[in-house]
Design a protein around this ligand. Structure first.
Ligand code: NAD
Ligand code: TYD
Length: 359
């Protein structure tokens, strides 16, 4: 065995940030398996396109023959599993893809990882890790005064997305308890930062606000998320991979709970400052309250005491710094933005927002 790792979903938002940092920081080889769905973008990886330490493989995590072949060929020391269908609104429109990729795809990876791990011996077998990247949404929703989610909070997922992630978490857990597969799971709060596909709140609002389009806020805008800058999530995953105790789960959060309307205000104000426009005026005037998401979770909050105290990880960015850096990244990367706003993107915007006319 060597230092190679397999990353699934490494052309998506978090996965591509992770792969870029991994290659620049560790210098070891990454085999990046991604199906390049609408959310996967090869352009995120342009800077390492010709780097021999990056091997890109287009394929499905559910393709067991392909996965078995990758394990046999590359003899990785770990697999880091990011690939998923990840957007709650899409899971409401079409849940089947979520069950296929998030549940059955994770099952296929676990089966092939188990077969590979069973064939290892000695230190190679002892050191192998299956790191599963999951979400805080598996814990359901919180009231305003409830304590934040900890690793012992019961699972009560509410959307097809979170239910499918919960299913995958349970399978990962079972492969540890039943077969001894050395797994680690991280449950992370909402991420933001470079390369996020503009169907999620923050990049959607940045791009609409830049163009003077309306800024759709679901419901009363008072839902709360705990925002984590993506680079902090990547460092948490590296920490858990190196120091995490097998079979354990770790909650990862940004200590940055904000109401959605506060997030939208922050973006409007930064853009008014960085890109003032007489034609648009104050970006806050673009805010439009629209029909709520069905089953919309009210609040997510993470208690990250375990990862801080046991593994020494904590986030470096609070929301106000991270959101500035994020807005600036989008301003500096308008070509990337133009390229992702393809036909498929526009179709989604039409589907999701035409039914959500202003309240
Ligand atoms: P994303 O949607 O941006 O990227 C997902 C990637 O997976 C894409 O590149 C896509 O092409 C790939 N993919 C999808 N189906 C595949 C399949 N069947 N086989 C191979 N590749 C496939 O997602 P993201 O926001 O980067 O999230 C990554 C992981 O982190 C997910 O597991 C998600 O549940 C988890 N997570 C995300 C957040 C967040 O705020 N974005 C927060 C917590 C946890
Ligand atoms: P999102 O980025 O989709 O992440 P998640 O649903 O996984 O938390 O949404 C973040 C919050 O913003 C969530 O409460 C829903 C809300 N939201 C809007 O108000 N308007 C929008 O157009 C979108 C996409 C989300």
């Amino acid at each position: 065995m060597n230092d190679t790792v397999i990353v699934t979903g490494g052309a998506g938002f978090i996965g591509s940030n992770f792969v870029l940092e991994w290659i620049s920081q560790t210098g070891s080889k990454v085999v990046n398996l991604d199906l390049l769905t609408y959310a996967g973008n090869h352009e995120n990886l342009l800077s390492i396109e010709k780097d021999p330490r990056h091997v890109f493989v287009k394929g499905d995590i559910g393709d067991r023959k392909l996965i078995a072949g990758l394990f046999a060929e590359h003899q990785p020391r770990a697999i880091l599993h990011f690939a998923a269908e990840s957007h709650v609104d899409r899971s409401i429109e079409g849940p089947e893809a979520f069950v296929k990729t998030n549940v059955l795809g994770t099952f296929a990876l676990l089966e092939e990882a188990k077969a590979y791990w069973n064939g290892l011996t000695g230190k190679d077998k002892q050191d192998f890790r299956f790191l599963h990247v999951s979400t805080d949404e598996v814990y359901g929703t919180l009231g305003p005064d409830d304590p934040a989610f900890s690793e012992t909070t019961p699972y009560t997922p509410n959307s097809p997305y979170s239910a499918s992630k919960a299913g995958s978490d349970h399978l990962v857990r079972a492969y540890f308890h039943t077969y001894g597969l050395p797994v680690l799971t991280t449950n992370c709060s909402n991420n933001y930062g470079p390369y996020q596909f503009p169907e999620k709140l923050i990049p959607l609002v940045i791009l609409n606000a830049l163009e003077g389009k309306s800024l759709p806020v679901y419901g009363d805008g008072l839902n709360v998320r705990d925002w984590l800058f993506v680079k902090d999530h990547c460092s948490a995953i590296r920490t858990v991979l190196e120091k995490g105790k097998v079979g354990e789960t770790y909650n990862v959060g940004g200590s940055s709970e904000r109401k959605n309307i506060e997030v939208v205000h922050a973006i409007c104000d930064i853009l008014d400052e960085q890109r003032p426009s007489d034609k648009i005026g104050s970006r806050r005037s673009l805010i439009t309250y629209v029909k709520d998401r069905p089953g919309h979770d009210r609040r997510y909050a993470i208690n990250a005491t375990k990862i801080r105290e046991e593994l020494g990880w904590q986030p470096t960015q609070v929301f106000e710094g991270g959101i500035r850096e994020t807005v600036q990244w989008y301003l500096d990367n308008m070509q990337w933005v133009e390229n992702v706003k393809s036909g498929a993107y526009q179709q989604w915007i039409d589907l999701n927002y035409s039914e959500r006319l202003a309240k």
